[in-house]
Design a protein around this ligand. Structure first.
Ligand code: AMP
Ligand code: MG
Length: 350
């Protein structure tokens, strides 16, 4: 589907700064829904037919990945999760096996804070239901029971095209990672087709190719509480910007917010941040990293960022203060305060 950039309401997190300033004939926007979010592909200055073909290819690829990697659907991941629950092994193809290998190494580097084996917890909290939002937290005893055996990628074994789990309570959930992988694949596809200037933006998580004419692409980062964007930055060829926030999926219960990013140590929504943004060259790593850094929160994010090789990080703490690495501070321009407007720059950032 091709839509003129001027013909649609601006999607919030995104980065519509680039679009808003773009002359109509220079940027063509393609949009579709995938991974439960609106995906925009903005292409600058390319042959429209070529761009349309690339966008259609990417849409087909995203829909296939969404089907294959849905934790409870009919695809490969759903089949694996149902087999684990029965104590059985399941077939796994080389692509998914490679992806789980990458996820396992990111999980290890994050000290287990990024943990794609917590699918049953996500389901227990009601966040795996695409149609309905949960209304109350689950019973604490049920959370404890799921954590009993210990979750984690170390329980998985892949051999001879099959995957097994030593813990039947494990279910794979790639919700914190899949979008990044998909965005990297989209960028590869665009490049392979000869598109030299584009943004692939999946609900505010994005990666860019080339430039917006005579200047870099410019994007905004959504304010986690207020309206509009909290910061802007210029993003260069090959860079991606990913954000995890407690506003993406949540419910309020008895005056407290319960959101979709769970701390694998407690089985509860993480409480140390309200939003984390990273800039990094690899979207898949960036995606896993923001989830892990969100769980790490304001006390521990520096060490986790160093372990994951993330140099450009902004974290908005639970009390609204903004913390950043010096590298991120150099790149980013705050346009409005969070709750406390004095950003703290992490001087000792590795
Ligand atoms: P993101 O928005 O990228 O932070 O991803 C959040 C999604 O990842 C959730 O909706 C869950 O499906 C899954 N998830 C939640 N907590 C974690 C975690 N600690 N590690 C890995 N995936 C998680
Ligand atoms: Mg993520």
């Amino acid at each position: 589907m091709r839509i003129s950039v001027y013909g649609i309401p601006t999607l919030f997190a995104c980065l519509a700064l680039a679009a808003a300033c773009a002359p109509r004939e220079e940027v063509t926007r393609f949009q579709f829904l995938a991974f439960g979010t609106l995906v925009d592909i903005d292409v600058y200055g390319a042959d429209r037919e070529l761009a349309a073909r690339a966008a259609a290819d990417i849409e087909t690829c995203f829909q296939a990945l969404h089907r294959d990697w849905h934790p409870w659907g009919d695809g490969a991941l759903g089949t694996i999760n149902r087999a684990f629950a029965r104590g059985e092994t399941a077939p796994i193809d080389a692509d998914l096996a490679g992806l789980l290998g990458e996820a396992a190494s990111l999980s290890r580097a994050s000290g287990g804070l990024f943990d794609p084996t917590l699918g049953r917890l996500v389901d227990l909290w009601g966040f795996s239901d695409d149609e309905q939002s949960p209304v109350a937290p689950p019973d604490a005893a049920r959370i404890r029971a799921l954590l009993d055996e210990g979750l984690g990628m170390q329980h998985l074994r892949i051999a001879d095209g099959r995957i097994a789990s030593s813990n039947p309570d494990i279910a794979l959930d790639l919700g914190g990672f899949a979008k990044g992988v998909a965005v990297d694949r989209a960028v590869e596809r665009l490049r392979a087709l000869g598109v030299r200037n584009a943004i692939v933006n999946a609900g505010g998580d994005l990666r860019v190719i080339g430039r917006h004419g005579d200047r870099p692409w410019r994007i905004g980062i959504r304010h986690p509480r207020g309206k509009g964007v909290i910061a802007e930055l210029e993003v260069h060829d090959g860079e991606s910007v990913f954000t995890s926030g407690d506003y993406e999926r949540y419910f309020d219960y008895q005056g407290r917010r319960y959101h979709h990013i769970l701390d694998p140590r407690t089985g509860e929504p993480a409480t140390g941040a309200i939003s984390v943004t990273v800039l990094h060259r690899n979207a898949a790593r960036a995606d896993a990293a923001v989830t892990a850094l969100f769980v790490a929160g304001s006390k521990a994010w520096r060490n986790v960022a160093a372990a994951l090789g993330m140099t450009h990080v902004m974290l908005i703490g639970a009390d609204g203060h903004i913390e950043m690495s010096p590298e991120m501070h150099e790149r980013l321009r705050l346009v409005q305060p969070a709750l406390d407007d004095r950003p703290r720059i992490a001087g000792d950032f590795a």
